[in-house]
Ligand binder design. Structure first.
Ligand code: PLP
Length: 445
């Protein structure tokens, strides 16, 4: 063991790559064709540094997790303080200050009576928990409701329940026999200059209406990424649509799950995307930015009245669900430190400034004939470039490689190019990223 732990920090990039090639299986990676990944040695603010000290601007916040930037001194301090006190304790039959304080903070930040927090490890398990809570809440009420409503293009994670409510694509096709029963409604995504959004919204609402009319006794819940679908290619919907759709589900007594794994913690310009439409779901899933991107932690937060359905005097009514690292104290302490920064650093105001910079790019993008559907929401800027929409199209891989070689972590999703920088990014870094992003398009077009 010692031999292995001593190696850390003293290895060359070549040694690390050789070990990676021999022993590691990366996510979403075809190891037969992918080029060597850069070895990241350290990170600070919006920047990653490879083993040779070369800087790469993290323009997608490391899969949208890293909200305040890398290695924030206050989060570092909270982590090390907590490590000196209590690093882990099982969460069944025990409790601790970081978890209860985080649950209280989330309850206060979320609207309405979203007051009961179930901690899990990542976005997928937060969604998995939400689906099980919805299903079991009907079960406890003597009803079997096995159908879920989801939205076309949605992405909710890679575990079985989460995949079931996700898009049917090349990614999930091989697993389709394992999935739950799901009915899909169109997601009326919009963009700058869109003049047909109302028509698409009306189509989506009437599809939902028909589903609710025909199947409401079988439907356990409806799940949606509010305001913005992430992995579908940063597809933005209007608050009025969200509001109407929630009202329809409520009327049909169908539970509403908001997946705010990607949209939460400021990404869309509000702390939670649900605030744009002033609606409260029955269940909300949070992860990614919850710990400022530091640690794997997620929360499935439910309304008081939903939690009450699980109360009783026998275990049969309880939620039979949990994970070894549920409520890990290190992760909860880090999440509390991250939440504290929103006020201390006026983070929401900074997100508004990033949004204003993004908006200035809309004209530049609209002037190009090779750019389609430019769109901005909060700190996200996206557009479609080229016509090959496959997840790892040749064009998207080329662009990604060019950006990486030129100091930007930008990872197109099929034909969608997007930026979601950490909120600490400076104006100069943003300007540099825009210019390099455009240069890459010019060179590879
Ligand atoms: N839900 C949404 C909206 C996501 O964007 C993601 C991941 O991108 C997930 C769930 C799954 O999260 P994780 O990758 O942490 O399991």
């Amino acid at each position: 063991m010692n031999e292995h732990s001593n190696l850390q920090g003293s290895q060359s990039a070549e040694e690390i790559i050789a070990l990676d090639k021999r022993h590691v299986w990366h996510p979403y990676t075809q190891h037969g064709i992918e080029v060597e990944p850069p070895v990241i040695a350290r990170a600070k603010g919006a920047s990653l540094f490879d083993a040779d000290g070369r800087e790469i601007l993290d323009m997608i916040s490391s899969w949208w997790t890293c909200t305040h930037g890398h290695a924030h001194p206050k989060i570092n301090a909270a982590l090390s303080r907590q490590a000196d006190t209590l690093e882990h304790i099982m969460f069944a039959g025990f409790t601790h200050a970081p978890a209860v304080n985080l649950a209280k903070a989330l309850s206060e930040l979320l609207p309405g009576d979203l007051n009961r927090v179930f901690f899990t490890d990542d976005g997928s398990t937060a969604v998995e928990t939400a689906i099980k809570v919805a299903y079991k809440s009907w079960f406890n009420r003597g009803q079997t409701r096995r159908t879920l409503i989801a939205f076309d293009g949605g992405y909710h994670g890679d575990t079985l329940g989460a995949m079931s409510v996700g898009r049917s694509s090349q990614m999930f096709g091989a697993f389709k026999d394992l999935m739950c029963d799901v009915r899909v409604v169109p997601y009326p995504a919009t963009f700058e200059g869109d003049d047909a959004v109302e028509e698409r919204e009306a189509g989506a609402l009437s599809a939902l209406e028909a589903l609710l009319a025909d199947h409401k006794q079988d439907i356990a819940a409806m799940i949606i990424e509010p305001m913005m679908q992430g992995a579908a290619g940063i597809r933005i919907c209007r608050p009025s649509f969200l509001k109407r759709m929630v009202a329809m589900a409520r009327e049909a007594k169908v539970l509403v799950i908001f997946d705010e794994v990607a949209t939460g913690f400021g990404r869309t310009g509000k702390l939670f995307a649900m605030e744009h439409a002033e609606v409260t779901p029955d269940i909300v899933c949070l992860s990614k930015g919850l710990t400022g991107g530091y640690m794997a932690l997620a929360a499935t937060v439910v309304r008081d009245q939903l939690f009450d359905i699980f109360l009783g005097h026998d275990f049969d009514r309880a939620l039979p669900h949990g994970h070894s690292f549920t409520g890990n104290p290190l992760a909860c302490a880090v999440a509390l430190a991250s939440l504290g920064l929103y006020e201390e650093e006026q983070t929401m105001a900074r997100i508004a400034q990033i949004n204003a910079h993004h908006r200035t790019m809309l004209d530049v993008l609209a002037a190009r004939t090779d750019v389609m559907r430019p769109r901005v929401l909060g700190s996200a800027l996206a557009f479609d470039f080229g016509s090959d929409t496959q997840y790892q199209s040749e064009a998207s891989l080329k662009l990604r490689a060019w950006y990486l070689a030129n100091g930007l972590n930008i990872r197109p999703i099929g034909s969608t190019v997007y930026l979601m920088p950490p909120y600490c990014i400076t104006d100069e870094e943003l300007a540099h990223a825009y210019a390099t992003m455009i240069e890459g398009m010019d060179r590879l077009a």
